[in-house]
Design a protein around this ligand. Structure first.
Ligand SMILES: Nc1ncnc2c1ncn2[C@@H]1O[C@H](COP(=O)(O)OP(=O)(O)O)[C@@H](O)[C@H]1O
Ligand SMILES: [Mg+2]
Length: 277
C-alpha cells in the first residue's frame, strides 16, 4: 500500500462563527500540490469565508490548519503569504490606475540607483510583467507602461495569476475568476489555471460555473449552509448531481423546467409559435 502524499494545506474540523452566527461548521479539507480543488456552493454558503481562513484574513473559531504536515496559525494575510499562499480576489485584485509594471510589483518594487536618487525601476518592472504575462499566452500585452484599467477582465486575471506564480506561490486561491468574463476569455483563464497546475502549484478555485469546474477540477468540495455537503474527485459525480448540490440539494432540472414554463406563459402568442417551431 502506498502512503498518501502529504497535503500542502489541511483544514481540520474548522468552525467559524461571527458572534452568534455559525458560518462554517466542521470543515475538513486537504489541498494537494498540482491539484485543482473546486469550491462550489450557492451564494451565502460560506465559500468566501473559507477562502479568508485559508488566506489569513479570518482565523477559525475552532479547529486547526496544517501546512506540510505541521500546525500553523495565520494571524494575517502576510502569514499565509509567507507559506506560499496567494489569493486573487474577485475582479483580479489589481489597481486600474496603476501601470501594468507597477501593479505587478506592488509591495515589492524593484529600484535602481541608491540613496536620494533611488527610483522605482519602471523599465525592469514593465519588462518582467509583460514577459510573465506573455508566457501565459497573453500576447496582446506588449507595453508594461499601459494602465491596468485598459486591460480586459481576462487579462487582469492573467496579470494577477502571473504575479502570484512569479513570486513563488505554492497555493493559488482564485475567487470567481471567470464570473465576469465572456466565453473565450474564461477559456483562456481556465487554460492558465491548468498551466499553474502543471507547474505543481495547488489551486483552490471558487466558481459558480459547473462547466468551468468540471473542465479543470481534480477534486470538488460543495458547501451548503456552511457545512461540507460533498467532497469528491473527478469523475465520481455527474454534471447533474453537481448542479443539484450547488443549488443546495434541489433538483435543478425541475427548477429550470419551471422557469421555462413561466417564460413561455409571459410571451406574446406570436413569439410562442416561433419558439415551438
Ligand atoms: N464578517 C462577517 N460577519 C457576519 N457575518 C458574516 C461575515 N462574513 C460573512 N458572513 C455571513 O456568512 C455567510 C456566508 O458568507 P460568504 O462566506 O460570503 O458566502 P459565499 O462566499 O459562499 O457567498 C453569509 O450569511 C454572510 O452574511
Ligand atoms: Mg463569496
Amino acid at each position: 500500500m502506498t502512503t498518501p502524499p502529504t497535503p500542502l494545506l489541511e483544514l481540520r474540523d474548522v468552525c467559524k462563527s461571527f458572534g452568534a452566527t455559525d458560518v462554517l461548521t466542521d470543515i475538513s479539507l486537504r489541498v494537494h500540490p498540482g491539484e485543482v480543488l473546486c469550491l462550489l456552493g450557492d451564494n451565502g454558503a460560506g465559500k468566501s469565508t473559507l477562502i479568508k481562513i485559508l488566506s489569513g484574513v479570518h482565523q477559525p473559531t475552532t479547529g486547526s490548519i496544517e501546512a506540510n504536515g505541521g500546525e500553523v496559525v495565520f494571524r494575517s494575510p502576510r502569514d499565509a503569504s509567507a507559506h506560499g499562499i496567494a489569493t486573487v480576489h474577485q475582479f483580479g485584485g489589481t489597481f486600474p490606475l496603476m501601470t501594468i509594471g507597477r501593479s505587478f510589483f506592488v509591495g515589492a518594487e524593484p529600484t535602481k540607483w541608491r540613496g536620494p536618487f533611488r527610483r522605482f525601476d519602471r523599465k525592469f518592472a514593465g519588462g518582467i510583467a509583460v514577459h510573465e504575462m506573455q508566457s501565459l499566452g497573453i500576447t496582446r500585452v506588449t507595453d508594461g507602461d499601459r494602465l491596468v484599467g485598459g486591460l480586459s477582465g481576462g487579462e487582469r486575471q492573467a496579470l494577477a495569476i502571473a504575479r502570484a506564480v512569479y513570486f513563488g506561490a505554492k497555493l493559488l486561491i482564485l475567487d470567481e475568476p471567470t464570473a465576469a468574463l465572456g466565453v473565450k476569455e474564461a477559456a483562456h483563464v481556465l487554460r492558465i489555471i491548468m498551466q499553474a497546475r502543471q507547474k505543481g502549484i495547488a489551486v483552490v478555485l471558487v466558481t459558480h460555473h459547473v462547466t468551468h469546474a468540471m473542465t479543470v477540477g481534480d477534486h470538488f468540495a460543495v458547501l451548503i449552509r456552511g457545512a461540507l455537503a460533498a467532497d469528491f474527485r473527478k469523475g465520481e459525480r455527474s454534471r447533474e448531481e453537481i448542479t443539484d448540490l450547488m443549488a443546495g440539494g434541489e433538483a435543478m432540472a425541475e427548477l429550470e423546467a419551471e422557469i421555462e414554463s413561466y417564460q413561455l406563459a409571459e410571451m406574446p402568442d406570436s413569439e410562442k409559435k416561433e419558439v415551438q417551431l
